[in-house]
Design a protein around this ligand. Structure first.
Ligand SMILES: Nc1ncnc2c1ncn2[C@@H]1O[C@H](COP(=O)(O)OP(=O)(O)O)[C@@H](O)[C@H]1O
Ligand SMILES: [Mg+2]
Length: 251
């Protein structure tokens, strides 16, 4: 579903060329829930932004389904972002002037989809994520967990190839955090969604099928879950004890 081949990316600051991603290759299967973890500055956001087509990369290729996204122009990239990708951000990025329901519908409106079908779809997503009772509320009137479940519903409405999430639980307390993890698990189980998520939270990652660990711009290890969530969390914690802190700079 998502294929990254030999991806490299560097940032130029003045005369210095700073390599952030070095020859990264991996695949994410349809219906897989994958987390990317790694110390602060290891290149997680850069990787996600490259896949999101938000920043250009130096070398390598990224395939979404069968489509190679290298070399597309801005208009084509915008189309890929709207039709093939769903986004969930740390700070929700909901539009405050729109209701929960309207926020969820937004990607369909941009894609000029039929209103009747859109409403049926949006209602179904509200039901799945337990937000039907707040669908006419505005973002300022709901909790962080509800905001993020709204964002997950919005990310899914165009039935994207992949949902990309950067620290989706970074601004949430542990209870809301669990509600958002459950929303991703439901998206995967009930809708076959493919999810690629950056997180520094071992608890959140322990619900994933696989964890890709980045360190200094390279894939350090990949851990596939073949045990219970609690056991997987112990494995992750042990792995990161050896790697050092996973905390973000802004925490
Ligand atoms: N736009 C930029 N210009 C220059 N350096 C950058 C830019 N964005 C990120 N970096 C650097 O690249 C490295 C990786 O950043 P990032 O991908 O944000 O890491 P992470 O999300 O894992 O914390 C960091 O050292 C960061 O300072
Ligand atoms: Mg980051």
């Amino acid at each position: 579903m998502l294929k990254v081949n030999n991806l490299s990316k560097s940032y130029k600051t003045g005369k210095l060329n700073y390599e952030v991603l070095m020859d990264i290759s991996f695949e994410v299967d349809k219906g897989e829930f994958v987390a990317v973890m790694g110390p602060s500055g290891s290149g997680k956001t850069t990787l996600l932004n490259s896949i999101s087509c938000f920043i250009p990369f130096d070398n390598g290729e990224i395939l979404l389904g069968d489509q190679e996204i290298t070399g597309l122009n801005e208009e084509q990239l915008a189309d890929v972002r709207n039709r093939k990708l769903g986004f969930v951000f740390q700070d929700f990025m909901l539009l405050d002037g729109l209701t929960v329901f309207e926020n969820i519908c937004m990607p369909q409106i941009i894609a000029e989809k039929e209103v009747k079908k859109m409403e049926v779809l949006a209602n179904k997503l509200c039901e799945i994520f337990g937000i039907s009772h707040i669908k006419n509320k505005y973002p300022t009137e709901i909790s962080g967990g509800e905001k993020q479940r709204t964002a997950v519903a919005r990310a899914l409405i165009n039935q994207p190839h992949v949902i990309l999430a950067d620290e989706p639980t970074g601004n949430l307390d542990s209870k809301s955090c669990r509600a958002v993890v459950d929303a991703f698990l439901q998206a995967k189980d009930e809708m076959g969604a493919t999810i690629f998520m950056v997180t520094h939270d071992s608890y959140v990652a322990s619900f994933c099928d696989r964890v890709i660990v980045l360190k200094d711009g390279k894939i350090h290890t990949q851990l596939r879950r073949s045990c219970k969530q609690t056991e997987f969390m112990d494995i992750l914690l042990e792995t990161f004890k050896q790697l050092g802190s996973l905390k973000n700079d802004n925490e």
